[in-house]
Write a protein that binds this ligand. Structure first.
Ligand SMILES: Nc1ncnc2c1ncn2[C@@H]1O[C@H](COP(=O)(O)OP(=O)(O)OP(=O)(O)O)[C@@H](O)[C@H]1O
Ligand SMILES: [Mg+2]
Length: 306
């Protein structure tokens, strides 16, 4: 295990692993998920997962949305507000969703982030600017169903795992239908898990097809590698839109942790250790490394560390 901190480079240089199972997130900066992969590239150590560019772009939700829009992929209209001066000129349609530009795990996304007028908008933008020291991303609110989609593989072999639906009727009555910080970390605990997921989601063949297509296109356009989890939500017309892309997906192992990627894998009959083995083989194959170059004992050590 090498922690993604200042001593990481020295350790990687000293150990020079044959292959790195990267699941690191540095502590600071917009490029924090790209820092270790950049070091690995400098040291020419092959590693699992997306490259620094994809990781950094996806952690800037506006840059990722710009790229998707260029390619005609549906995503909510948005504006980025970096200061209260910029707030004065911002054109926002209500209801809108306010969130920090560079976070994940619903950090900074509370029930109050769905805003209906300029007063609420100003309050939420001020909170994001002051709390996170980063711009606020303000998007049109997508009112429809929400899904998260686990993707595994590369090129023609990319597999779309069973779609997970976020079932908002599991939330306390009266709250906004978003997968907020409260929903992920306060109302859902290991002792008292919130029954918020349906996997596989109940989808018409047409909607299943549309979700798969938009996710495959997004994965390819953003040049994701090996795995990623993509959040999708339906607009007022029922069309799937991309919310955001997680090229470094959370993979908490225990079913009661309610982690979506392993949940989708289990629904496809892939148990946790098999998932880790599978993504490792996918990544090593992409790097031109046959599985025979890693001894079984080293592979199982890796799996245990994960
Ligand atoms: N434009 C939008 N319209 C409606 N709901 C939204 C919108 N953007 C975000 N949400 C809601 O907020 C939740 C969190 O947003 P988002 O996925 O961008 O945050 P995150 O912290 O990066 O999530 P993750 O935990 O997947 O990393 C979404 O799952 C969705 O419920
Ligand atoms: Mg998300």
């Amino acid at each position: 295990m090498i922690e993604a901190n200042e001593s990481a480079y020295g350790k990687l240089q000293e150990i020079r692993p044959d292959f790195a199972f990267n699941m690191s997130e540095g502590l600071y900066g917009v490029s924090r998920e790209a820092q270790i992969p950049a070091m690995l590239e400098l040291l020419r150590i092959p590693y699992l997962g997306s490259d620094p560019l994809t990781l950094a772009v996806c952690l800037d939700k506006s840059r990722a949305k710009e790229i998707l829009s260029y390619h005609g992929i549906r995503t909510a209209a948005f504006t980025v507000i970096g200061s209260m001066e910029e707030f004065e000129d911002a054109k926002v349609k209500f209801p809108a969703m306010v969130k920090p530009l560079h976070e994940g795990s619903s950090k900074g996304i509370y029930n109050s982030c769905v805003v209906h007028d300029t007063e609420e908008l100003e309050k939420e933008v001020r909170t994001v600017l002051a709390t996170y020291g980063e711009p606020a991303l303000v998007e049109d609110f997508l009112p429809g169903r929400e899904f998260t989609v686990a993707m595994l593989g590369n090129g023609d072999g990319v597999q779309v795992l069973p779609v997970v639906e976020i079932k908002f009727d599991a939330l306390p009555p009266g709250v906004n239908h978003i997968y907020s910080f409260e929903a992920k970390w306060i109302w859902d605990t290991t002792d008292n898990p919130l029954d918020i997921f349906e996997c596989p989601a109940s989808l018409s063949p047409n909607l299943q097809q549309k979700i798969e297509t938009i996710c495959r296109d997004t994965y390819r356009i953003l040049r994701c590698r090996d795995w990623a989890r993509i959040d999708v939500r339906l607009d007022a017309k029922g069309e799937p839109c991309i919310i955001e892309i997680n090229p470094l997906p959370g993979v908490l192992p225990r079913p009661e942790d309610n982690s979506c990627f392993p949940k989708a894998a289990r629904a496809a009959g892939i148990q946790y250790n098999q998932l880790i083995q599978r993504v490792l083989s996918i990544a090593m194959e992409r790097c031109g490394l046959g599985e025979t170059t890693v001894s079984t004992s080293r592979t199982s050590q890796l799996v245990e560390t994960v």
